[in-house]
Design a binder for this molecule. Structure first.
Ligand code: OAD
Length: 230
């Protein structure tokens, strides 16, 4: 019985119509990440940052899970070992595909956070920088997204699951952003088998034991089927 830790990135949601960050025409070719994905950018221009994430939230609401999200949910419910699903994605397509207990290390578009008092509540479809926090009533609301320079969420739970796992699988992530990009080397150091599933080899491809390339909607269901029938 193998315990599996899966890390997903923007590539798993690409075929659902959500843009990736670093591919040709990716979000970071059209937006300056320093302006829309840092606490400093938010202090300079909260309206711009809210506009950026309001557009992401609208895209997410209009999108649907694809066969890769569905396959991972199937794996979670049918595999005899533990399947921990960690995502860098702020969309909810894993959950809408049926996955449980997804660890959103970079936060979620569905959440709102008070920059001042730390209160959390469900985000409305359109967030407004002037709308007050329901707890402290100050106009200091932000999307509950982890920005560059901030500490990702659930790191302790992820580290525990990583060190307990027999297999680490990275799906649709370019291996550019730490700490997630470092999970493969931590897994290797702990003697855990590693597999990359990606459209093209990522920047950390050399660190994986096994690599399979192709669109997530095909290679993820194929791999899941193999695991469930092995
Ligand atoms: P990237 O945009 O950096 O990488 C997307 C990866 O998905 C690339 O390796 C592509 O080859 C792959 N890909 C594209 N289409 C695919 C498909 N159909 N099937 C399989 N793979 C495909 O996105 P991430 O690695 O997720 O953080 O980016 C990591 C973090 O950087 C994000 O969470 C975000 C971003 O800045 C923050 O905003 C804090």
């Amino acid at each position: 019985m193998t315990d599996i830790l899966i890390l997903t990135g923007a590539g798993i949601s690409a075929e659902s119509g959500l843009g990736t960050f670093r591919d040709k025409d990716g979000l970071w070719t059209r937006y300056d990440l320093n302006e829309v994905a840092t606490p400093e950018g938010f202090s300079r221009n909260p309206a711009l940052v809210h506009d950026f994430y309001n557009a992401r939230r609208a895209n997410c609401l209009a999108a649907a899970p694809n066969p890769a999200h569905d396959a991972l949910a199937r794996l979670q419910s049918r595999h005899a070992g533990r399947v921990t699903l960690v995502t860098q994605n702020v969309d909810d397509l894993h959950e809408r595909g049926g996955a449980r207990d997804v660890l959103h290390m970079h936060g979620a578009l569905s959440g709102a956070l008070c920059h001042d008092c730390g209160a959390r509540w469900p985000a409305p479809a359109v967030m407004d920088p002037l709308s007050p926090c329901p707890d402290c009533h100050r106009p200091t609301t932000r999307p509950d997204i982890v920005w560059f320079g901030e500490m990702p969420y659930h790191m302790e739970a992820i580290q525990d699951a990583l060190l307990r796992a027999d297999l680490f699988v990275a799906i649709g992530t370019s291996g550019n952003v730490y700490p997630a990009a470092g999970f493969v080397s931590e897994a290797r150091a702990a003697g855990i088998a590693t597999l990359e599933l990606n459209l093209e080899p990522s920047d950390t491809v050399g660190q994986f034991d096994t690599v399979r390339t192709g669109p997530a909607s095909q290679i993820v269901p194929d791999w899941v089927e193999e695991v469930l029938t092995s």
